[in-house]
Design a protein around this ligand. Structure first.
Ligand code: SAM
Length: 280
């Protein structure tokens, strides 16, 4: 019998610890352990990795990660009501689960983990996007983590993997695709959660690339992409005119027609423009 079988079903855990879902904490729980095991398997080589899990809640995904063989899981949960349920899981997997009660936007336990480190989370939408951006913009690349496996509302997942020419293409796509290989690995209907949210969800897996796909300075790329997509309907010569007085020349030098709009410009071309902007 595996350790997971000695723990009570999640519905019982929730009832026993009175974990009624709080909307302000984005609590939509996954109670099907087959599903959480499936998500855990998307995170890659668990046995050889330390896992940072954000927002474990009653521990469905945590149990999946441990049952699928994670070397060690460090879980950060904001809601103190979830701690007793998580402690029960820690007792069933001695020495493999550590829990930090706190806000993942304020505590950063990544430095306490031993590489390779993988991050897995089923988080509220706003917190998830904010953390994704932070994880994608560390002071140096490659980052301490080797992969991210994150649940998002479907629309955000599509923005992460979007290609030029689509409405979803924007800053998030550029940021994610410049230095990671990102793909949607699972789609989930609202009914997969308790209580069901209003929208569909998707799990995105991002593998950190050893180096960026195209050379560019991160700050310059971010400046160019922010300006271009802030006024995405405008031609780039107008949207970017605040960046340099000779922006048309720089666009042409980067191989971009000044009349193009941000939505049409490839990641490679944005990187070329970031390099042109860096020139005196
Ligand atoms: N992982 C569990 C699951 O899949 O059933 C719970 C998922 S639920 C969508 C989101 C979890 O994140 C909740 O347990 C909530 O309390 C927690 N949470 C929300 N904001 C957080 C934050 N800023 N830092 C850490 N945890 C947070």
């Amino acid at each position: 019998m595996s350790a997971i079988d000695t723990l009570p079903p999640l519905r019982e855990v929730i009832a026993q610890h009175q974990l009624t879902a709080k909307k302000q904490l984005g609590q939509n729980f996954l109670l099907d352990l087959n599903l959480t095991a499936k998500i855990a398997r998307q995170a890659g080589d668990l046995a050889g990795s330390d896992i940072l899990e954000i927002g474990p809640g009653p521990g469905g995904l945590t149990r999946g990660l441990l049952a699928e063989g994670a070397r060690r899981v460090l879980a950060v949960e904001k809601d103190p009501r979830c701690l007793p349920a998580l402690e029960e899981i820690a007792a069933a997997y001695p020495g493999r689960l550590n829990i930090i009660q706190g806000d993942a936007l304020e505590v950063d336990p990544l430095a306490h983990l031993t590489p390779p480190v993988r991050i897995a989370a089923n988080l509220p939408y706003n917190v998830g996007t904010e953390l994704l951006v932070r994880w994608l913009t560390p002071p140096a690349w490659p980052p301490i983590w080797s992969s991210l496996t994150l649940m998002f509302q479907r629309e955000v997942a599509e923005r992460i993997i979007a290609q030029p020419g689509s409405k979803a293409y924007g800053r998030l796509a550029i940021l994610a695709q410049w230095r990671t290989e990102a793909r949607i690995v699972l789609n989930l209907p609202p009914e997969a959660f308790t209580p069901p949210p209003k929208v569909s969800s998707a799990v995105v897996h991002l593998d950190a690339l050893p180096a960026p796909r195209f050379e560019a300075d991160a700050a310059n790329l971010s400046r160019v992409v922010a300006a271009a997509f802030n006024q995405r309907r405008k031609m780039l010569r107008a949207a970017l005119k605040g960046l340099a007085p000779d922006i048309e020349d720089r666009l042409l030098a980067a191989g971009i027609a000044p009349t193009e709009r941000a939505e049409q410009v490839s990641l490679e071309a944005f990187c070329a423009l970031a390099r042109e902007i860096a020139k005196p």
